[in-house]
Design a protein around this ligand. Structure first.
Ligand code: OAD
Length: 238
């Protein structure tokens, strides 16, 4: 691998697992106790908004638990962003705020953010760390009944796709960390980057669904393998 200039990093639930946040598809993951159709689709929200608010309120509350803190993998990516001579962009599928709490600046939340809500009546979005419900009034238009989590649900379009595509086409190293490779378009980023000449690397606990598409795969805990990789990249030993 030649030393890269432009690095794009895709992260998923696995990078936050050691911070105490459940992944989705593990045997104790979120999608084993909740039905995607009910809590993560626009149709589910239209049918039972109270249930959807309850699901996301609980997850938003969890971010305020003092035990939930960025781990060594989040911190290693901050180090990479600060010390690498070229560009580092993190594209995260995660809706937690651990990358920004660690100190990452160049960060896109393609699946939205738990700490933001938006109004279906007027379209305004803003920061919110509290519980919301069907009774919550919009700070902007004042109407109730329209507030929703700022989360990209299944059948909705992920955010920042134009910026992400440009970055993928221009990167010379693409790294995927802690994602199972089940959800598109994120699962297809490796092919976009690789077809445009980037070196591609997977850092994950176990081989993901599309592990075979990467030039190299390293398996282990994110808190161990991400700092080790960052150290070797910055010291030019790979
Ligand atoms: P998944 O739960 O599908 O996958 C998490 C991956 O992280 C798995 O491959 C695990 O092996 C790995 N993993 C777990 N613990 C790890 C650790 N300590 N270190 C390294 N890897 C670890 O989560 P995502 O791939 O992020 O979307 O899921 C993608 C999307 O599906 C989510 O953004 C969410 C979900 O439905 C929406 O809600 C829109």
């Amino acid at each position: 691998m030649t030393h890269p200039t432009n690095i794009v990093i895709l992260t998923g639930a696995g990078i936050s697992a050691e911070s105490g946040i459940q992944t989705f598809r593990a045997s104790d993951g979120l999608w084993h106790n909740h039905r995607i159709e009910e809590v993560a689709t626009p149709q589910g929200f239209a049918k039972n908004p109270a249930l959807v608010h309850e699901f996301y309120n609980a997850r938003r509350q969890q971010l305020r638990d003092p035990a939930v803190q960025p781990n060594a993998a989040h911190l290693a990516l901050v180090r990479l962003e600060r010390e690498h001579s070229g560009n580092v962009l993190i594209v995260t599928q995660n809706v937690d705020d651990l990358h920004e709490r660690a100190g990452s600046d160049n960060l896109l939340h393609m699946h939205g953010e738990l700490n933001k809500i938006r109004c279906n009546h007027c379209g305004t979005g803003y920061e919110c760390q509290e519980d919301i419900g069907t009774h919550t009034a919009c700070n902007h238009c004042g109407k109730t009944g329209g507030m929703r989590p700022h989360i990209v649900w299944f059948r909705e379009m992920p955010l920042y796709m134009d910026t992400i595509e440009t970055a993928l086409l221009n990167c010379d190293l693409f790294i995927s960390i802690g994602t199972s490779g089940n959800v598109y378009p994120a699962a297809g980023f490796v092919e976009v980057a690789r077809n445009n000449g980037a070196h591609t690397l997977e850092l994950n606990l176990d081989p993901s669904s599309n592990s075979g598409l990467f030039h190299k795969s390293i398996n282990g805990l994110a808190s161990k393998i991400v700092p080790a990789f960052v150290e070797s990249l910055l010291s030019h030993t790979i």
